[in-house]
Design a protein around this ligand. Sequence first.
Ligand code: DCP
Ligand code: MG
Length: 387
Amino acid sequence: MPAAVQSVLETMTSSPSFENLLSPTAPACLDVDAPQSWRRIIHVDMDAFYASVEQHDRPELRGQPIAVGRNSERGVVATASYEARRWGVRSAMPARRARELCPDLIFVPPRMERYREISQQVHDIFARYTDIIEPISIDEAFLDVTENKIGEPLAVNIAKAVKADIRRELGLTASAGVSYNKLLAKIASDWRKPDGLCTIHPTKALEFIDRLKVEHLWGVGPATAARMHKMGIQTAEQLRRVELPEMVRLFGKAGWNYWRFVRGIDDRPVRPFRVRKSVGCEHTYRADIRTPLDLERALGDLAEELVARAAAKTFIALTLTLKVRSHNFDTVTRSKTADRPWLDAAQVKEGARELLAAVGIPKSGIRLLGLTLSTPLERDARQGMLV
Ligand code: DCP
Ligand code: MG
């Protein structure tokens, strides 16, 4: 056996789930008799996302073939409304080609800020049901609702509730897939788009998988699919006939995944990961701050609090913002972006003093002070900065 195959097999057999698979009593596929161990996963994907937001915000575009993107020589379609898709217009298509296919196509310039805002609102809807949310892109996410905030045992009911909330509150449609793992939940959400809801029950998983083309499997891109086709393998059912060592020999580590996927096995967890954009704190003082001594103390306390909050959230950032509200309710903010992150209270206090000097101390007295950190450092640049 080649060393690479040997090493992959060793890694696999040391993983508990794999051991379980290899044990003589365990079935070589999903164990449908162990319902207590099934997870309940939902994958939600908004329908024609940017285009639907535009049609929602501009009623005159509803029912029309629209493409979000620039109608220029080098413009590309970000997405198309379902009306435009009937003409063959697709994401990533050059604008020129889209115009040829659909002469009445209406181009709408993208408004990323708006899409991000809606994406956040969709996320807030998910958070009513579970905290285990893994955003995959601006318009899709996995939710683990095995344990959920409303105590609903059936994941499909949560998927219905999420879709209904999105429709009622945002006027948009989403498609949802429900299953016991990420692979199948994702495939299911794509099954009956738009406004789809598809559940793949564990007892039906293999039947469902057998109907899939290999390119539907996670991680099988065009190049791998082409290799499989050359070997005469078109469907997931055919791929299941390839033995594990052969699969690993052919496709390396990915082969292990394919081998598991075609058996309906995927134990990747839903990983909640929130990109925090800022951390801040502010205080409204019972009595307005009027003396330099009180001001010094207040800035020191705020700086301490901010640094402690940021450390608790392992948040490291480059921009410091000061907010000052005067006795008369005039509010000003001023920011400063440093080339080193704001890590300790003395440094933050000094920065806040400079910002305050720049905005000027209000003569009427200070009612409120706030400090915020933003512009977080990328993960890679954070090495060694966390205590
Ligand atoms: N997007 C993009 N460029 C691409 C693909 C997508 O800018 N090549 C943007 C526009 C889409 C959004 O990402 O609206 C979400 O992508 P999806 O693949 O989920 O596509 P849609 O939501 O537009 O359509 P569907 O109903 O097929 O999910
Ligand atoms: Mg989508």
